[in-house]
Design a protein around this ligand. Structure first.
Ligand SMILES: [Zn+2]
Length: 258
């Protein structure tokens, strides 16, 4: 018997096979082509002849319908050796950030409890995080489930699962070196780097055009940053449009560090 801690356990009485889940190769990602609660009702209807071990909602709910010792009916020929995750949404959608987190949790749990490797696979005879379409006709020929945009997100899910399992230690962020000669009203390529960091950290509207000129808009954004972080502001002024090495490092940590 295996129910995932943290998943809401809402078992279904029909549409699955008791026992029969063999060595698990990995986790298969699906798209519901419907809503979370609509899918929940459908899985309880004997006419569906379909189910999934897990499901996520766009808002980040994680539900378990079928014990992972039992076989869910999600991907035909792949049911015997794969766990399944259905995801709220329609064809062509991308998964929400919350859904990526929930699937990463399922994958991390499958890694810990069933030895599923933390990798993307495109092979029904492979191992790791796969998707319905990879099984071809043996898996029911669902070539558009979950869609290429979601398949492109699988690497991100694996990266998050690695973080959860401590497989990769997060690298400390190092800001770039302070560029020489960066100053208001001077033209330097590094002004563009500064503008990008200001935008990323929320001090400059993203609509402002990038320019090597450290002009009024860049100066205003730097002054705004200094007003929020007065320890980097020049003493005795209320508006500091020039950034120094310490302020530069702090701004880049805000923009790109985690
Ligand atoms: Zn599917």
């Amino acid at each position: 018997m295996a129910r995932m801690p943290g998943a809401e356990w809402r078992p279904i009485a029909v549409n699955h096979t008791k026992g029969g889940q063999e060595a698990v190769r990995g986790v298969v990602v699906h798209i519901m082509a419907g809503t979370f609660e609509g899918t929940d009702s459908w899985f309880r209807n004997p006419a569906a002849k379909a189910s999934s071990h897990f499901g996520t909602s766009k808002s980040g709910k994680l539900r378990q319908w079928v014990d992972t010792a039992d076989r869910a009916w999600a991907q035909a020929g792949g049911n015997r050796t794969w766990l399944s995750v259905e995801n709220e949404g329609k064809g062509g959608d991308v998964l929400t950030d919350e859904q990526l987190d929930r699937i990463a949790e399922v994958l991390a749990w499958a890694h810990k409890t069933r030895g599923v490797p933390l990798q993307v696979t495109h092979d029904p005879n492979g191992k790791g995080l796969g998707y319905h379409a990879m099984g071809g006709s043996a898996w029911g020929g669902h070539t558009s489930c979950p869609g290429p945009r979601i398949v492109a997100q699988l690497a991100e899910i694996v990266a998050r699962a690695k973080k959860l399992t401590g497989t990769t230690a997060p690298k400390p962020y190092t800001p770039p070196a302070f560029p020489k000669g960066l100053a208001p009203n001077k033209a330097k390529p590094s002004a563009v780097t500064l503008q990008r960091a200001l935008k990323k950290a929320g001090y400059m509207p993203s609509s402002v055009k990038e320019s090597p000129n450290y002009g009024p808009q860049t100066q205003a954004a730097v002054a705004k940053f200094h007003n929020a972080h007065t320890q980097y502001r020049a003493k005795g002024v209320t508006r500091d449009p020039a950034i120094g090495p310490k302020g530069w490092a702090a701004l880049f940590r805000l923009a790109y560090g985690k």
